[in-house]
Design a protein around this ligand. Structure first.
Ligand code: EPS
Length: 388
């Protein structure tokens, strides 16, 4: 069903990362700066490791954009890995003079062993280089392009961190605009400064003991018109498409929409959102949004609200037991330089994936080869809704 599709390419310490996104209409104003803002946000966040001091991610458009506007063809983007120069002896695409030392001690929780078995690679670097969350940089670039398209029709997507390990921010009743503003000024993307300090303490303690921490972030989309996604077929349901997109982010282990798992513990009357009608706005409204803006796999006009759970990063200084895949001897898993906590960064990737899914649903519903055509179709639909 997908009208808007993308692929990424590249390894964590290879020469560069690439993304191609197809299906973005022509005539969308798009600058490298629009993408670089999100790339920089993804690099920040309390708990990141040494690698982020090496990289300054910047995108280069290598197809699909001319004079600051999209052309309607595939948009190709490239992000160099500055660290690659330090890895020429191990990550050169050409045959290397000396065989690099093989990485043979898989890290529990990483793709190392499962990927090594599947692809029949005994140097596990062949797996971990692509499995690395470095791949979220080109995804973020694709998300930024989609965000620009969504913005053109009044849709905004942001995220905030609600838990790091055992430390949770209290439930908030702040309006989305305030949540957005506060999350943007926090180095943990947390809207509650007191909780953010406790979260940072937890990250420092985990780092001190050679351990890592996961957490939960919430992604919110505002300005979403009713009618994106569809109830008519399983793979057109927008809640399913969002869940798949979030689950595809490295280290993500759970997704909730609206009340999520909480809805299973209470009665129906405490779960569903009553329907009201605002005659002045010619719009149906809800006093609550426990459905997270989705009913029957279709947006209902309320903000789309999803929660995403990230496991602690699998690369541990205090390594877990593992087995050498060549000798079959017991060892401690290999340690690679890594982050202690990347939940704030993952929240930016979560925004990107939500932007991609919503932009896909937007072009699916409204079509249009140019932004003007798409915008006209949106306006006609809004008039239809007002007259419903
Ligand atoms: C990652 C390990 C670390 C992270 C990396 C993801 O990289 P390195 O092995 O070079 O220290 O910093 O994340 C990024 C490079 C990034 O851009 O987010 C991993 O193993 O997944």
């Amino acid at each position: 069903m997908s009208r808007l599709r993308f692929v990424t390419s590249g390894e964590s310490h290879g020469p560069r990362l690439t993304a191609i996104v197809e299906g973005v209409p022509a005539g969308l104003a798009l600058l490298a700066e629009d993408v670089d803002v999100d790339l920089a946000r993804r690099q920040r966040g309390y708990g990141r490791g040494g690698r982020m001091k090496i990289e300054t991610d910047r995108v280069e458009f290598i197809g699909g954009v001319r004079g600051g506007e999209t052309l309607g063809g595939p948009i190709a983007m490239s992000i160099p890995n500055r660290d690659h120069t330090n890895w020429l002896d191990r990550m050169s695409p050409a045959p290397m003079l000396a065989q690099p030392e093989a990485l043979t001690r898989p890290r529990p929780g990483h793709a190392d062993l499962a990927g090594g078995l599947k692809y029949d690679r005994h140097d596990l670097r062949d797996i971990l280089e692509r499995a690395s969350a470095r791949e979220t940089a080109p995804r973020t670039a694709v998300g930024a392009v989609c965000r620009t398209l969504l913005r053109a029709v009044g849709i905004d997507v942001f995220a905030h961190v609600v838990a790091i390990g055992p430390e949770s921010a209290p439930p908030t009743v702040l309006p989305p605009s305030e949540l957005r503003a506060r999350s943007r000024t926090s180095d943990l993307a947390c809207v509650d400064p007191v909780s953010a300090e406790r979260m940072k303490d937890a990250i420092r303690e985990a780092a001190h003991s050679g351990d890592t921490l996961g957490g939960v972030f919430e992604v919110i989309a505002t300005g979403v018109m009713p009618g994106l996604g569809s109830h008519v077929q399983w793979d057109r349901k927008l809640d399913g498409r969002l869940a798949q997109a979030f689950m595809s982010i490295q280290a993500i282990k759970g997704v909730e929409i609206g009340l999520g798992f909480g809805a299973a513990r209470v009665r129906g009357s405490e779960v569903h959102d009553a329907i009201h009608y605002d005659g002045a706005r010619h719009a149906f409204t809800r006093p609550t949004n426990r459905a997270g803006g989705l009913e029957g796999g279709i947006t209902n006009g309320e903000p789309v609200v999803c929660r995403v759970a990230m496991k602690p990063i699998a690369t541990l200084k205090k390594a877990l037991a593992s087995v050498d895949v060549v000798t079959k001897e017991a060892y401690e898993a290999a340690f690679e330089r890594s982050d202690v906590c990347a939940v704030a960064a993952a929240s930016v990737v979560g925004e990107a994936m939500a932007c991609i899914v919503l932009a896909d649903a937007l072009v699916e519903k409204f079509g249009g080869d140019s932004l003007g055509e798409l915008a006209r179709n949106v306006e006609t639909y809004r008039a239809q809704l007002a007259g419903y």
